[in-house]
Design a protein around this ligand. Structure first.
Ligand code: HPA
Ligand code: ZN
Length: 350
């Protein structure tokens, strides 16, 4: 949700520059890119009925959530539940393509959580083919690179998470580079998934985890110690733990901050001004900015950066440094990171 403000001419100029800069985004869920149009189309096509949703505007209203648990109910039981055929996922690929073009995102690491899709009877191998071919098409048509992180999910138990990992390993794809741990942080402590993550690391996959979004700092420590998470999704409860903030800064473990998402789920910040992102940045933590679920939260990446500027959280210079962090926190080879940063620098007037 963009904070509605009349922009000064200087801010307007900066927004133009932001649009022009090639960007990366590393905490973004494919299903969270589903447009209202897509879900409405699938509801009709697949003959689905949901309580109190009789129009597109009812559906849009349903997106107004105020807690992580409410959000997950919408995410799993309406958005993910609307896909009953593997080909339905093509709609998501199209929504993703439009989002990347709109924001000039040239590289993204995208979460996809298969658990609900598999429960609905979709075949993982076919899903992988659609994701892989979708990524190839977007690369060929628009020169945008997409890699997927499969969210093994903490919402459906350890066995399910291990089953998801085994499916990833049995269906290798150049487009899939690792796993993540999303879903109910309260219901699925990181520690319990140690074996799944240990196996993933041993097979050469990257590992990341949502942590400190809905639960205190211990959840972040556990993701580092038990899961060996290379990046932390959200991580905002680190604000309660001096040692943890120092550790994250020293080790330069990137944190994927999703400001608007956090204001919707309302756990550790209700306004941008009270969001810990500035403290993290000031303490030299490796801060990146992301949207999490753009359609649900009605926000895009350019708006996230603009909100931080217009609310006086960050200066223009600081925002450019955060964009740089977003490049170097990716799992791309170092040479490619440098190349992208060079492309960005070339667009910045000096
Ligand atoms: N947290 C947990 N699970 C999720 C999220 C999130 O922010 N977004 C999509 N699935
Ligand atoms: Zn997320």
């Amino acid at each position: 949700m963009e904070v509605k403000k009349v922009l000064t001419s200087e801010q307007k100029e900066f927004k133009k520059l932001l649009l022009k800069l090639p960007k990366t985004e590393i905490h973004l869920h494919l299903e969270g890119l589903a447009s209202v149009e897509t879900i409405w189309t699938l509801m009709k096509k697949n003959n689905l009925q949901y309580k109190n949703i009789n129009s597109k505007s009812d559906l849009k209203k349903k997106f107004e959530i105020t807690s992580l648990e409410d959000f997950l109910d919408l995410f799993i039981n309406i958005i993910q539940n609307s896909f009953i055929n593997e080909n339905d996922i093509e709609y998501l690929i199209d929504d993703a393509k439009n989002y990347f073009l709109e924001n000039n995102i040239i590289y993204s690491e995208l979460f996809f959580a298969p658990s609900k899709f598999i429960q609905s009877g979709l075949d993982f191998k076919k899903i992988v083919n659609i994701l892989t071919q979708g990524a190839e098409r977007i690369k060929k048509d628009h020169n945008i690179d997409i890699k997927f992180l499969i969210d093994v999910s903490r919402s459906f138990g350890i066995e399910n998470a291990m089953k998801n990992l085994d499916l990833v390993l049995a269906n290798p794809s150049k487009a899939i580079i690792g796993i993540g741990l999303g879903g109910s942080e309260k219901g699925g402590p990181a520690k319990e998934f140690a074996k799944v993550f240990e196996k993933a690391v041993s097979k050469g996959l990257h590992v990341v985890a949502h942590a400190g979004e809905d639960v205190g700092p211990q959840s972040i420590w556990d993701s580092i110690n038990y899961l060996k998470a290379e990046r932390i999704g959200h991580g905002i409860s680190a604000i309660q733990d001096e040692k943890l903030m120092t550790y994250l800064a020293e080790k330069q473990i990137p944190i994927e901050i999703c400001p608007t998402s956090n204001l919707f789920t309302r756990k550790y910040a209700k306004t941008l001004k009270e969001h810990p992102v500035k403290v993290f940045f000031t303490r030299n933590m490796d801060v990146t900015i992301n949207t999490d679920d753009p359609t649900v939260f009605s926000v895009n990446l350019v708006e996230e950066y603009m909100n931080l500027l217009t609310e006086n959280i960050f200066t223009k210079k600081e925002i450019l440094l955060i964009i740089k962090n977003g490049v170097f926190a990716t799992f791309l080879p170092v040479a490619r990171k440098k190349e992208i940063w060079k492309m960005i620098l070339a667009e910045i007037p000096r």
